[in-house]
Design a protein. Structure first.
Length: 122
């Protein structure tokens, strides 16, 4: 899972196996180590109506309504988004392979890029 934070927005991109795990198990988590500290970020399903995020200690938690998560692994939706009352924009999406190969990047578990099928690579 990749996380990108820019201003008052957070974006999570999930690989194929992460999307499958999220849909079937309800939770995906990853972490980044900074010396002796670590930042944990996770996405979880919950019985609610809106996408919400919180920061507790060194853990970023994004919660997604169960109805949004249902069948995401098999349908054509790229992702979903929401905006919290405090203005935080949250975007969750499938991670696609790049159109041009990048050295030292393993994209074997990423979703095939839909633009690759149309031949529009430039």
């Amino acid at each position: 899972m990749k996380i990108r934070i820019s201003g008052n927005s957070v974006r999570l991109r999930l690989s194929q196996s992460e999307v499958l795990h999220f849909v079937s198990q309800g939770l995906v988590s990853d972490e980044c180590h900074f010396g002796n500290e670590k930042l944990t970020y996770q996405i979880a399903q919950y019985n609610g109506n809106e996408i919400v995020a919180s920061l507790t200690g060194q853990t970023i938690s994004v919660q997604v309504p169960e109805n949004l998560a249902a069948h995401w692994d098999t349908d054509t939706r790229v992702g979903f988004d929401g905006r919290m009352a405090n203005g935080l924009f949250i975007l969750i999406e499938k991670d696609f392979q790049c159109l041009k190969p990048r050295p030292n990047e393993d994209e074997s578990d990423l979703f095939p890029n839909p633009q690759a099928e149309c031949g529009d690579h430039d």
